[in-house]
Every structure is written in structure tokens, then in C-alpha cells.
Design a protein around this ligand. Structure first.
Ligand code: FES
Length: 198
């Protein structure tokens, strides 16, 4: 017993017991907290890159894949399709890709792709998110008498060319988005990975 009447030995014991309870309590609280930060297998799969074999896509045709829950359109463009791209620049809202957020730097060209013949683009209309429909043929359409091929969004009528560039008169303000992608081999595109290994 000290002069001020405090039993130092008992105080030390009480502090020790309190700390121990605190530590155990913290342990119980910490476990669910840590668990909530571990992504589930489903979440990991949803964020994983998507590998797409482009070798089976016929010239002029489109394949639909999925990445992060969004449709990814992959088109194998013909030489004619590529040659036509500059022909309608004056009908587009943003022919020169001035909105840099809509494509990675390596797709900041008229083809909006790494390889001219293969376009990889998100199938998500930049108006309100519908999935535009593919009309690859150069032929008059109900929605455009001078249709040069591309996508038409059935929700409110936005039109995009075969590089995903938006036509004037569309409610969508910007070009379709080009996701990060690279080639793992000559015919396998990996969506979600920027580094080129092929
Ligand atoms: S969502 Fe495509 S035009 Fe509105």
C-alpha cells in the first residue's frame, strides 16, 4: 500500500486484465472486418481479364464476349471497311478521338485498335448504356440512308461507325469505349490487360 492509499500491485493487475479483455474483444471485431476485404471467387472472376480467340471470326463479322459484366464486341474488319472509315469523318461528332478517356493511347488512331483489322470495343451505348446492334453491311438502312456499317442503338437511335465513333444527330455524346486490351498470341486478345506480349 502506498502513501496515497492506492494499492499499486492491484492497480497493475486490473490494468493487465482490462488490456487482455480489450485485446480479445478487438480480435472478435477484427475477423469479420478482415473477411469483408477478401474478394470472393465470384468477384475475382468478375474482375479477371477476358481471353478471346479472334481466329474464328469471319471477315466482316462480330463476336460478343464479356468482361466485367459488360459486353465486348470484337469485329474482324475487311480492307473495304477500313478504307471506308475516313470517308464519313465529316458526319461524326468526334472523328479524331478528342475524348481521350474513350480509348487507350495505342487505340488513339482512326481504326481505334492495336491491329487495324480487329476492333475490340465495349458494347455499351455512351448515351444510357443499352447494347447497340451490329449492322456491318454498307447498305441503306431505315435509320440511315447512307449507312457505312457500324452499330445502331435501338433505345434512342444512336449510331456508331465501324470504329465505334458516334455519328452526328445521335443522343450519345461520345464514341464507344475501347477497353484496355493486348495480344497474348497472334490470335488471342486479352481484354483488361494493357501490356503487349505477343
Ligand atoms: S442508350 Fe443508346 S441511344 Fe440511348
Amino acid at each position: 500500500m502506498s502513501q496515497d492509499g492506492v494499492n499499486k500491485g492491484r492497480r497493475t493487475l486490473l490494468v493487465g486484465v482490462t488490456s487482455a479483455v480489450g485485446a480479445v474483444g478487438a480480435g472478435f471485431v477484427a475477423v469479420p472486418f478482415v473477411k469483408s476485404w477478401v474478394p470472393s471467387e465470384k468477384a475475382k472472376a468478375a474482375g479477371a481479364p477476358a481471353k478471346i480467340d479472334v481466329s474464328k471470326i469471319e471477315p466482316g463479322s462480330m463476336l460478343t464476349a464479356e468482361w466485367r459484366g459488360k459486353p465486348v464486341y470484337v469485329v474482324r474488319r475487311t480492307d473495304d471497311m477500313l478504307e471506308n472509315l475516313p470517308e464519313h469523318n465529316d458526319r461524326l461528332k468526334d472523328p479524331d478521338n478528342s475524348n481521350k478517356a474513350q480509348q487507350p493511347a495505342y487505340a488513339d488512331n482512326i481504326n481505334r485498335s492495336r491491329k487495324p483489322e480487329v476492333l475490340v470495343v465495349l458494347g455499351v451505348c455512351t448515351h444510357l448504356g443499352c447494347a447497340p446492334k451490329y449492322f456491318g453491311e454498307v447498305q441503306p438502312q431505315q435509320f440511315d440512308a447512307n449507312w457505312p456499317g457500324g452499330w445502331f442503338c435501338p433505345c434512342h437511335g444512336s449510331r456508331f461507325d465501324l470504329s465505334g465513333r458516334v455519328f452526328q444527330g445521335s443522343p450519345a455524346a461520345s464514341n464507344l469505349e475501347i477497353p484496355p486490351h493486348s495480344y497474348e498470341s497472334a490470335n488471342v486478345v486479352v481484354v483488361g490487360v494493357d501490356e503487349e506480349n505477343a
